[in-house]
Design a protein around this ligand. Structure first.
Ligand SMILES: [Fe+2]
Length: 155
């Protein structure tokens, strides 16, 4: 099925680590979506889903630590949205275990194309704007972001 999610320049937030991770899981989601519909290879789908799940949780954790460390003003709202998405993923995982592969594919596609893309455009961009302002007064923040890049991507 051709339900690819496309990376577009207006998804760029301007905060390196956030953008790099977003791009990375667009790749993961596409790999998963392209191989899951009607799939005979359920092990692959399960593995890919688990990896995506792990990756998203790491990513949310990373954003949340930046929010906490910098006393982000919309922290609660943003974290609440992450919580919603985590719960949705848990539901999908349960469905996968019940072998409802095609339903999961459709729902995951919907969640990524609608919820996630919108989350990036609205919430993550708002957070990025805040972090950019913060960097002007907090000299250690760019170093912190650079160290996160190193931790996750080795450079
Ligand atoms: Fe976020």
């Amino acid at each position: 099925m051709g339900g690819e999610i496309k990376w577009e320049p207006d998804l760029e937030t301007g905060i390196k680590i956030i953008d790099r991770q977003h791009k990375e899981f667009f790749k993961l989601v596409n790999a998963l979506l392209n191989n899951s519909m009607g799939s005979k290879n359920k092990d692959f789908v399960l593995k890919a889903f688990n990896f995506l799940n792990f990756y998203i949780i790491e990513h949310f954790g990373m954003e949340e630590s930046l929010m906490t460390e910098n006393k982000y003003t919309s922290l609660r709202e943003h974290m609440g949205l992450h919580r919603y998405f985590r719960i949705e993923l848990e539901k999908l995982e349960a469905q996968l275990k019940g072998n409802h592969f095609d339903e999961v594919t459709i729902r995951l596609n919907y969640l990524m194309v609608n919820w996630f893309v919108n989350h990036i455009k609205v919430q993550d961009k708002k957070l990025a704007k805040f972090l950019q302002e913060e960097m002007k007064i907090n000299k250690s923040l760019s170093g912190r972001i650079a160290s996160l890049m190193k931790k996750f991507f080795g450079k």
